[in-house]
Design a protein around this ligand. Sequence first.
Ligand code: GLY
Length: 387
Amino acid sequence: MSIGLNVEKITKEEINTSTNEALNNLREIIPVFKDKFIPGCSNNNFYSPSENTCWTNGFHTGMYWLAWELTGDATFKNAANVHVDSFLHRIENEIEVDNHDMGFLYSLSCVAAWQLVGNETGKRAAILAADKLISRFHEKGGFIQAWGELGAPDNYRLIIDCLLNMPLLYWATEVTGDEKYAKIAKIHTATSVANLVRDDFSTYHTFYFDPETGEPTKGVTAQGYKDSSPWARGQAWGIYGLALSYHYTRDPKCIDLFYKITDFFIERSPSDGIAYWDLMFKDGDGEPKDSSASAIAGCGMLEMAKYLPKEEAEKYTNIAKQIAGALARNYTPNPKESNGLLLHGVGVKSSPYNPWGDSGVDECNVWGDYYWLELLVRLSHDWDMYW
Ligand code: GLY
């Protein structure tokens, strides 16, 4: 069955316009934010400077590196290098690093710094972060614990987002020559895909294991509408995570599963091409979009398209271009309206099953901004990724 979105693909002119708007925005951020960071989510579409204490801080630095690659303007490089020092301080002083988010934080900031400009501080910080990440690996169950006290039964689980943290481990093996990092990445990925993917190829957000036996016990959501529903951003992490896993391992199982979970995402995308925050929702349900989920999925499709047969590569490339077209036309702000790059994201949305309290609902978020810029970069030239 041929599937697609009913949206015009982004044009070259739109790519240029959106890229220039993003660069102008980032240029204005630098003197205001100085050594501080864009927070996870905006407030009425405006961000205020915040400290380097959140899982999202790497996205800000990653945008500076992308901007530097696009322009060669040293202002971006210098701003990114200031952030890299902050990331070394954070990992050396163990500031908010007792979680699995090390790849989100250190791939886009410190691995990029090492890769692009040979920044030794970035390399050192990223290896320390990889060590921190593998310290959360449980032999019993074969996974990296996402959150909370290590081994605590109420947190003995993995989450789908963590697939994006695996590239940090493959990179650590490459630079240190120590296979332990890649070995753990492969075991964690195998456990994730074996348990998180449902029979209809939607995905669970998180999956618990028995701390005594390591046996998988149950799939539970933390940020979706309910345990059995397909949280849109989780599905998108799965799409991009499988593409990254294929990049590093060339395991053909990643491709087969990628087709299935990506097609589920596309089939559940509504008329304007951009996902609701949970893929159970449709037009008319009155629920907010999560533009970041579609931007992440688009990046994953473009990464995986590099390895697919021609027809499939074209299909997913075209869908990524349709997503980009929809984002460019209807989800980017006028400069006076916002200091973010992408409108209409969701941080956390509560539901009757999941009463966390809302944060960042129908707001910009820094990861949505980052993946939007990455999508534009991927669409404009061959890009050597930081993941
Ligand atoms: N990784 C956390 C989130 O997607 O909200």
